[in-house]
Design a protein around this ligand. Sequence first.
Ligand code: PRX
Length: 661
Amino acid sequence: MSTEIQIESVLTENRVFPAFPELVKDATISGMDAYQALCDEADADPDAFWARLARENLVWNKPFTQVLDASEAPFYHWYPDGELNVSANCLDRHLGTPTADKNAIIFESDDGKVSRLTYKELHARVCEFANGLTALGHGMGERAIIYMPMSVEAVIAMQACARLGIIHSVVFGGFSSKSLHERAVDVGATLVITADAQVRAGKHIPLKSAVDEALAMGGCEALRHVVVYRRTGGDVAWQEGRDLWMHEVSAGQAQTHTAAPVNAEHPLFILYTSGSTGKPKGVQHASAGFLLWALMTVKWTFDAKDSDVFWCTADVGWVTGHTYVTYGPLAAGLTQIIFEGVPTYPDAGRFWDMIERHKVTVFYTAPTAIRSLTKAAETTPAVHPREYDLSSLRILGSVGEPINPEAWVWYYKQVGGERCPVLDTWWQTETGAHMITPLPGVTPMKPGSCTLPLPGIDAAVVDEMGEDVARGTGGFLVIKRPWPGMIRTIWGDPERFKKSYFPPELKGYYLAGDGAQRDSDGYFWIMGRIDDVLNISGHRLGTMEIESALVSHEMVAEAAVVGRADATTGEAVVAFVVLNQSLPEGEEAIRIATELRNWVAKEIGPIAKPKEIRFGENLPKTRSGKIMRRLLRVVASGEAVTQDVSTLENPAILDQLSQAR
Ligand code: PRX
């Protein structure tokens, strides 16, 4: 695949950027020796290490006496007899300390309005809403779907659920009503929390109507209430008794609330993510372990300081927004920015302008954003980062997809002014938080490498039998020992959990689904997915999901979807489609392609739209009928097919697909 080619060129470059030890003198992990000491502590006695971190960093209602229960491995249970509440660990712990009067959230809306909320105020609003939900009869163990824009209210909704032991499942606002429906049915939602609409680049995009559509599809009989945050005040359909305004649910409620202690293993949330087969999987995370790992990584990777202004640009619809917006920064008592809009509105200087105005110190975003802002800065000098005062920045982070060296160096030089480390953080929805990442001031950096695992994380590259491969050799990225922040199971499908992540031949190691190799310094280089999962702008999508969406259209007989390298979005979706009619040409082909692209947007969401659709009379198949995706990837990349095609049933089809554009 193209990603492999890219990685090879990176490895030969192998340029090292020093770690700026002077920048992070009093860092949480204060140098390579301190990092090594933590790694050694974890390796020598993992239970003692994880027990110490959990005791020192979390507030427990009932202390745990056992650290790891592996009796049902790979269904691991962490701190199994302990009790705590995640929201109390994010909010109540700060009351009565100087943090209480500090800004927890600086919210900036799409149109640039800024509002601020201290920890005390945020706590009060979460309590009001939690009391309101209780009055409606919602509580422990129920599942709530949250389908909201980036807002203070989204954080309040998630935190209120956590306070009550309601398991939330956030669905990204860009997903369609069909995707929303699938998730609401799968979790058996009793409650949906949404907004009338979301605002992006000046446009109002309805959310409540998508919820109405999803619920009308049936199968959501457990649902009792739809709570609606009034964002735009636009018209919405209303079902009396079921639908309630969020501000009315909170109105008149007490601003104090005793958070419900839950067992450490009580599910905190379910977040759907794409796998290589079938429908998206509901990744289930547990309360204590997830929170501990979110908090530790905010402290270690981002070197959290009381004076920081932290900004993670991720949407709460993704895991990054869970770990590094709703939970980690609050547990650490940081001031954070929450941004409603898009990086290119009103112009592509928005991020830089916000960093300047809010004096952001730690900035965490995705390579896709960096690449598109690089392009914009090249064509429009007024939005180049050099036009802004970015001197407040001290740490830059990257997340969600491979960052190519060009983007890394641009970020480092143009945004960080060659003063800030760039942390290429590797992790996944399933890992809960960072796993392999440089530490600021500690780890020398190589653009394109996520460098070294965090203390306690036993990452390795192995072959198909689970044996370590030699340095410089590619293999499967695995984590050999369990860690508290790990996925507990797939909601409702424990067998799939075992099969996907703990295949028997891999000796019980956690299989990440990424290919990787280590260089002579032991640094990890991620080589892309080993399965049929695509990464479009940092969004994870299964090729099978998109194929199923395409074949559900009446005109489509067969479809195969592959990824191709894209200069901005990392990967782009290319679909090869066989229609139930003769091969379309010219205008007709364009019209059908547009219709199919919109169909995919409706079935899954706009992020899944194929960038390119190629029509053929057939697909390249082996004599046994298997689609040769490997060859389709080559065709999609525009390269000539040089592989052996003698096993193909119909080699001529490759020419047709190569020409069809
Ligand atoms: O392929 C890896 C890629 O994103 C996948 C995880 O996607 P998701 O669960 O949506 O989580 C995204 C936010 C963490 C991984 O399997 N990925 C993530 N971070 C990196 C990465 N690939 C290369 N380098 C990274 N830093």
